[in-house]
Write a protein that binds this ligand. Structure first.
Ligand SMILES: Cc1cc2nc3c(=O)[nH]c(=O)nc-3n(C[C@H](O)[C@H](O)[C@H](O)COP(=O)(O)OP(=O)(O)OC[C@H]3O[C@@H](n4cnc5c(N)ncnc54)[C@H](O)[C@@H]3O)c2cc1C
Length: 477
């Protein structure tokens, strides 16, 4: 993975930059000792690492604005960071950057049930947004599997999704407003406690902008009343293609489950060994969850069972209690940790049209054989968001490169069948060099011009999203 050469001027100015940061922030909010900054050298894409120049941990929008003004004036790149769980390398530092972490900005600023919203500082974790309102019967719908750790800041930057986004949509569908600090320190507010805003949809541009346009410090989020109940059913099948066809049939029938999750045999086996969730010995497994009033749940599940029965399932297990539901979800929720226990892995994130699932799974199996690397598939099948997990051995020379090449083939396949490079994890550095597969030069130029407007000096997270060769002249200033 190529990264730009650090700016020698910035590197040699380190002492002055640190002194400037210390003049703005309390002592404990500036980290410059290389032993301590090392904790920030990577995110969830741990194959790539680089220790930053410094890390700052502000507590307020004003402190963020002060840091941005200083970095802008001194020409220092800034890499915004939430909890560092990005699987695309979005929060990976460069050697000449200041990492701006919002992890200390966790306050709930406003709770307004009449208008179904909550306003939080952006460092608050996803799960603790629900935690702040669930006692009153509310929840925040987007639910990345990393929700215990990941921050709303990162969710907004990556437009994150999760298992339940089939029904509730992804972050952008649940985001009402943001406060953003621009690279030169100006503070802007987009959207607010209401639906839509007059003027251009800049909120839509910020959501999914991967820390390229500004630092989000506060967010107004849509909250929803908790559903009366939810129940998953576990369906086992004799072949991936059959499970894929069952997913397509459920969607075609006009049923909208809250989640349809898919696991293939390699994934089922590893998860079962790890979580002991009682999964059947089969080629492919679906977890389909529906929710609503008891009658509604029964009616939806009986339709789903009738569709599944047409595909000769080897197992059909409907949960009858909260404990059984928990066990059905247990393996799926611990899939990434389970795979991480047996191998190094890279988690891909392409989307495909749902009806292409059987073909794409077959082709991934062929590619896995060709490259000699195991691939476990676990993904949000209802909306065609695939997460092939390529297993490799970081200690075997050449294995990482082989893994990267296989990953690129799989993502190109997703684009070729009418899908796209990323469903919810973002481009980061992982898919940066594949952007040309998805976009024509003119498309990319239009996107880069948006960055030109927000960040004319290209100081914010500058080595991400767009291929380095395409951005070289802009980054050079
Ligand atoms: C085990 C595991 C499971 C996961 N499951 C899912 C899943 O189901 N769905 C899903 O969508 N993702 C998933 N992810 C990926 C990851 O958790 C999400 O992308 C998440 O939104 C990242 O949040 P974060 O706070 O960790 O962001 P970080 O990793 O810190 O940063 C991510 C990006 O956001 C930018 N950023 C961070 N803070 C700000 C800010 N204040 N302003 C502007 N930009 C900012 C960064 O520069 C970077 O580009 C998973 C990750 C792991 C490790």
């Amino acid at each position: 993975m190529e990264m730009p050469r650090p700016n020698p001027g910035v590197m040699s100015d380190k002492a002055r930059i640190i002194a400037g940061l210390r003049a703005i922030l309390p002592d404990d909010a500036v980290i410059s000792d290389p032993l301590e900054t090392r904790a920030y050298e990577c995110d969830g894409l741990a194959a790539y690492r680089c220790t930053p120049l410094a890390v700052v941990l502000p507590r307020s929008t004003d402190e963020v604005a002060g840091v941005m003004r200083l970095c802008h004036a001194m020409g220092v790149p800034v890499v915004p960071r939430g909890s560092g769980t990005s699987l695309a390398g979005g929060a990976m530092p460069t050697a000449d950057c200041v990492v701006l972490g919002v992890g200390r900005m966790t306050a709930v600023l406003e709770t307004d049930y009449a208008n179904r919203l909550v306003r939080v500082q952006s460092g608050r974790t996803n799960l603790s947004v629900t935690g702040a309102v669930e006692a009153d019967g509310w929840f925040y719908a987007p639910d990345p599997s990393s929700q215990l750790a990941c921050a709303i800041a990162g969710n907004i930057a990556m437009n994150s999704g999760g298992a339940h986004c089939l029904k509730y949509g992804v972050t952008t569908n649940n985001l009402l407003g943001v406060t953003v600090v621009l690279m030169d320190g100006r503070v802007i507010t987009l959207g607010g406690g209401h639906l839509d805003a007059p003027g251009l949809d800049l909120l839509g541009i910020i959501c999914g902008s991967e820390g390229q346009l500004g630092v989000v410090t506060e967010a107004t989020l849509r909250i929803l009343p908790k559903p009366e109940g939810a129940r998953p059913i576990l369906l086992g099948f004799a072949a991936n293609e059959v499970a894929g066809a069952c997913v397509a049939d459920i969607i075609k029938a006009g049923i909208l489950p809250v989640a349809i999750e898919f696991m293939d045999r390699p994934c089922i086996r590893v998860c079962e060994e790890y979580a002991k969730a009682g999964y059947p010995d089969c080629e492919a497994l679906l977890i389909v969850e529906v929710e609503g009033a008891p009658g509604e749940i029964d009616e939806q599940l009986s339709r789903i069972k009738a569709i599944a029965a047409r595909h000769d399932p080897v197992e059909m297990r409907e949960s009858q209690s909260a404990e059984e539901a928990g066990r059905i979800w247990l393996g799926r929720k611990s899939a990434f940790s389970a795979i991480g226990r047996v191998a190094d892995y890279m988690c891909l994130d392409g989307t495909i049209p749902v009806n292409e699932l059987p073909f794409v799974l077959r082709r991934i199996a062929e590619l896995s054989d060709e490259y000699g690397l195991r691939v476990a598939n676990v993904f949000h099948a209802g909306d065609g968001n695939m997460h092939p997990l390529i297993m490799f051995d970081a200690n075997t020379p050449g294995d990482l490169e082989k893994c990267e090449a296989l990953g690129a083939e799989i993502l190109k396949l997703c684009v070729a069948v009418g899908g796209c490079l990323t469903g919810e994890h973002g481009v980061g550095i992982e898919k940066r060099d594949l952007m040309g597969v998805q976009f024509a030069a003119a498309d990319m130029e239009a996107q880069m011009r948006v960055k030109d407007v927000f960040d004319p000096k290209w100081l914010l997270n500058p080595a991400k999203v767009f291929p380095l060769a395409v951005t070289a002249s802009r980054r050079a200033g």
